[in-house]
Write a protein that binds this ligand. Sequence first.
Ligand SMILES: Nc1ncnc2c1ncn2[C@@H]1O[C@H](COP(=O)(O)OP(=O)(O)O)[C@@H](O)[C@H]1O
Ligand SMILES: [Mg+2]
Length: 352
Amino acid sequence: MAYIELNQVTKRFGSVTAVDRLDLQIAKGECVAMLGPSGCGKTTTLRMVAGFEDLDDGEIRAGETLLSSKREKYYLPPEQRNFGMVFQAFAVWPHLSVFENVAFPLRIRKLPKAEIIARTEEALKHTNLLQFAAGSPDDLSGGGKQRVALARALAIRPDVMLLDEPLSSLDPHFREEMRFEIKDLQRRFGFSILYVTHDQSEAMALSDRILVMRAGVVQQVGTPLEVYGSPANRFVFEFIGLSCFLKAGLTPSGMQIAGNDYAWPNGIAPSTEIIASGRGLLAARPTEIDFVGEGGVRGHVISKAYLGETIDYRVMVGETEVRVQKTRRVPGPAVGQSIGLNFPHPHWYPVD
Ligand SMILES: Nc1ncnc2c1ncn2[C@@H]1O[C@H](COP(=O)(O)OP(=O)(O)O)[C@@H](O)[C@H]1O
Ligand SMILES: [Mg+2]
């Protein structure tokens, strides 16, 4: 059952449509990541869900409860939506102790004193901050400050956590650690998460589903495997994971790449619509390209770099550089060698 539901949610700033008719449903306990480049409308969407921003069209619901509706001119105030929020900037108050930072939203809600103490201590315990409770958040590292923000969000026992790039100002090491902590807290407390990020590996690692957004428009919603393995369009393909593209002229019997003709090998031909257009983009992940001595799309190796377990080859096919990644345990071609490339799992996109 959908817990949070966004229907045709739209937001404009002057002539910019920051969010364009967005539909999304988030189930109870589900983690959905909103992924997309800077300026694509992620924060605006989160702020509308939180209730800080009104809508130019559409509505937002939580279960049976209406949160925001343009048509009914109805907006439930943020403090009445039981949502925890953590933002990129360390939004902690340096003049309050760690304890008082976390207790703050509970005091606003005028909970009984004993309840405030119990909930604050519980949140501090689960974020490993109990021993810092009396100190200032300014004495903590960036990761520690972000933990205070997380504890503060946790203390209200939220139905949903709205997280806006909460880890992007942390060191890579802390970032990974906090990913696990957030997942762990979610398992323990069962809240849903709407997680905004421009970091595709973070989105893949954390979420049950990923929504990929570009210029306010949803490009694809799917599991990490779906958006990685079956990207809906070239943008999604390029945004998630490494990618290579080759322009090809197309005929019903084969393709032409960099002046060479290739008959269709089994199963790699694009759809008839793309063939009919006469040209297409052959897309592949560097790990999904094979070397062959004879045949294949011909190129020559211009460089070879060891990345630990894998070797990263750069192969020129005509004017286009193609990246190929292979395990170091299998002997590969040498720099300067002429080589064929096979594409066992190609994706085809129209040439824009
Ligand atoms: N308060 C605002 N006033 C005017 N334009 C805004 C405002 N907030 C966001 N925008 C514009 O809306 C678009 C989406 O912004 P935002 O939601 O912050 O993107 P993201 O979080 O994906 O980086 C951008 O073009 C941004 O410039
Ligand atoms: Mg943002």
